[in-house]
Every structure is written in C-alpha cells, then in structure tokens.
Write a protein that binds this ligand. Structure first.
Ligand code: SF4
Ligand code: SF4
Length: 351
C-alpha cells in the first residue's frame, strides 16, 4: 500500500502541531537541565519537537517505563491480599511529536521480544494506540551511526508520519503507516496540498545530504560475523577496562530491556516495582547460592555486545542496536559501543 505525501511550510507545521496538541493527548520533548525528555504537553511553547539529537532522551519510557508499580499488597497474620495499581496511564490514544527516526526504530525492534515467549500486552497496547510523528534529522551528530545498521532509514515504517525538510522552507509530511495516513487526512488543514514527484525527489535529496553527513560508518554484517567468532577474544577486556559499571548506557538505550522486580514493604503494606536493570550490573546474574557466571566486567560487556550484535540478530533477524549513539554520549568514561564492537571485530582470532 502506498501512502500520501503532503507539503506545507514551517508555519503550517507549527499550526498542525498546535491543532494536534489542542485535540489529542500529546507528548513531546520538554527541556529540563539542558536535556529533553518526553512529557505530556498542553501547548507548543512547552516543548521542542525539533530538539537536538544528542540531548534528547529516548521515547522508550512512554512504552516501557523506567519504574512502574505492578502490584500493591497487604501481608498480615490474617493473610495476604493483592490490589491492582490502577489503570495504565500510557495505554490511551495519544500522539508523540519529535521522535527521532532511530528511536522509533528502537520501538519496532523491541516489539519482537515483547511478543515472543511472553506477550507483554502493556507494551503492545501502548504502541498500537500511539501515533508517532518523527522529524528526519538534517545532519548526523558525532556519535550517530543509524544509517550503518540493518534497516531502511529513508523509508522507515517504525513511525506513522515522517516530517522532512525541503528546500526554501518547505516541509513534507509523509504517511508511513495506515494509522499515519488516516491521522493526517483527519488532522491536516486546507493549506496542505498533496505532494508530487518533485516532493519525492526533494525528500530523496534531503536524505542523501543527511546520509553524507555521517562521521561514523560500519559494515554491520561483517561485525555480526566476526563477533560470533571472537567470543573468547581479549579485545573485550581491552576496550572496556575503564567501565565503572554505572549502567547508564543501558538505561539511556532505546533497545535495552533488562528489568528487575523489587518489593518495598513498610509494616504490613508493600508495593512491587518493575524497574530498569542492566546486564552490565554486577548483581544482574548473581545467583542465590552466591555463584556469579559473569563476575568480571569484560564478561558483562561481552554479553551486552553479543546480545546486541549476535544473539538478537540470530533469534529475531534484527540487531538490538539502532545506532543512536546515546550510550557513548552519556558514558562517564567515554566508552562507545561502536568502538567496542569494531575493536572486537578487528581483533585477531583466538587460537
Ligand atoms: S555508561 Fe560507560 S561506565 Fe557506565 S556501564 Fe556503560 S560503559 Fe560502563
Ligand atoms: S547500544 Fe548505544 S548506540 Fe546502540 S541503540 Fe543502544 S544507546 Fe543507541
């Protein structure tokens, strides 16, 4: 099925965003302490759908929250009673503005594991009820490598509506899913004329200029293959020696999905939480008997890298990395997964 392309200008886009915010529950990047995080907004002035790539946190927490209450309970000598935590606040119809293409792809990648052996209906419902507006970047940031991975960034269908800059202040709006097509037709003003072949050509040129702006490039197939043959390489230890196991890289990542279940109980009343965790965490694989199969950080880093570039690809056919570069930007000791996996791939084979 082919979808429609519309053309407007910067004012038209602003008006469309304002109309969306006035009519729909809308989330968009909101600045706080110099970083942008997705929040529910009631006016365009509160947010910046064109927020800078490097300073914008992932949209993942709107689908997989950082910490959520999954159960409340009371445990007394008379027995234990369990209470629901209330309605899911993230499952209703909503629109998200300003999602980066790599971040939208992260949600698509995560769908595979969320409908695998356990069906996570919370994640899937949130995604089904969300319309994603995604502005295609005009220029790559220093740590971006999204064009080097296994997805068609130019025609990405992980988002519902692509917003693309054209020459002379033009802005193109292209539906990428049926949901996006219906949403645009219902919400566009009369000023938005249907796009033509010229529009498609100009969007292509924008993509080519964007793709030419990348500093980081890799051959992911080569990395997949070489990593699968270098499990015992000392290159992991060399590349990750400075890691302080803070887990920031996992918490910020659009595709990491490790979590822990913890209870907080005061007297007879308790709450059970599901919160982010990381395979970089020294306690992540610690067993009740005291044995830890990954006691050294290079082994934990190997697990993280192999999961992203070998195991997930083998099981679900896609890399568990979308090349957003946020882990490198946020790491307190400047470790980059791009450098780690390329260092391992370039290392000699262990004999
Ligand atoms: S953010 Fe850096 S220091 Fe922290 S766990 Fe990740 S690689 Fe290690
Ligand atoms: S591993 Fe790093 S570059 Fe890859 S998706 Fe996660 S945060 Fe982005």
């Amino acid at each position: 099925m082919s979808f429609s392309t519309f053309v407007t200008d910067k004012d038209g886009l602003q008006k469309l965003y304002e109309a969306i915010i006035s009519k729909h529950e809308t989330y968009a990047p909101v600045e706080k302490f110099g970083k942008y995080d997705y929040k529910k907004v009631s006016s365009l002035k509160e947010c910046d759908p064109d927020s800078p790539i490097a300073m914008t946190m992932s949209v993942k927490p709107l689908f997989f929250p950082r910490a959520s209450k999954i159960m409340k309970y009371e445990a007394t000598s008379a027995g234990t009673s369990i209470h629901e935590t209330g309605q899911d606040q993230l499952s209703g119809p909503r629109v998200i503005l300003g999602v980066k293409h790599c971040d939208a792809r992260g949600l698509q990648v995560l769908e595979a594991v969320n409908k695998w052996d356990y069906i996570d209906s919370d994640f899937l419902n949130r995604r089904a009820n969300t319309v994603i507006f995604s502005k295609r970047c005009d220029k790559a940031d220093t740590q971006c490598f999204c064009t080097s991975l296994d997805y068609d960034l130019e025609n990405l269908d992980a988002l519902d509506v692509a917003v693309v800059s054209g020459p002379g202040g033009k802005v193109y709006l292209q539906a990428r899913t049926e949901k996006g097509e219906n949403f645009l037709k219902e919400n566009l003003g009369k000023e938005s004329a249907a796009g033509s072949q010229q529009a498609l050509d100009e969007m292509k040129k924008q993509y080519e200029a964007f793709a030419a702006s990348f500093r980081l490039k890799m051959d992911y197939k080569d990395v997949n293959e070489k990593m699968s043959k270098r499990f015992d390489s000392t290159a992991y230890e060399e590349a990750t020696r400075n890691c302080v196991s803070c887990n920031t890289c996992a918490f910020i990542c659009p595709t990491c999905h490790c979590f822990k279940i913890s209870d907080e109980k005061i007297k007879d009343t308790g709450v059970r939480y599901k919160s982010y965790d990381s395979c970089n965490n020294v306690y992540f694989t610690l067993e009740a008997g005291g044995h830890n199969p990954r006691p050294a950080k290079y082994r934990r880093w190997r697990q993280r890298s192999m999961h992203k570039f070998v195991y997930y690809k083998e099981r679900f056919g896609v890399n568990l990395c979308v090349g957003c570069g946020h882990c490198a930007i946020s790491c307190p000791v400047n470790i980059s997964i791009f450098e780690v996996v390329n260092h391992v791939a370039a290392a000699p084979m262990e004999v």
